[in-house]
Write a protein of this length. Structure first.
Length: 101
């Protein structure tokens, strides 16, 4: 992690950009806003949801398609290695692979 410290929430999209870049994908600069009223630590996988949203955004902008499992693994890697949270894969998998009923 280089540069000025980020607000805590910003480490999730920054981690995705870092992880995608490390995996060989280019991440274009974007202006993005996300909002949530989910309480921190509520156990609702909000961090995984944010990660998947940014992976989908950057893949759409970059014109590349990532399979759901690859998105989940990249999200987990970002959270483990950039954000510093030792999470498993379940939340990212649910966010990446879930479909509408």
């Amino acid at each position: 992690m280089e540069g000025a410290p980020l607000p805590e929430w910003a480490y999730y999209p920054a981690g995705i950009a870092w992880t995608l870049t490390k995996a060989g994908f280019s991440t274009l600069s974007i202006d993005a806003v996300f909002a949530s009223d989910v309480p921190r630590g509520a156990g609702l996988s909000s961090s995984a949801s944010v990660e998947m949203a940014f992976i989908v955004a950057w893949s759409a902008l970059g014109g590349w398609i990532l399979p759901p499992m690859q998105r989940a693994l990249l999200g987990q890697k970002a959270e483990n290695n950039y954000v510093g949270v030792n999470c498993g894969i379940m939340d990212q998998f649910a966010s990446a692979c879930g479909v509408a009923d």
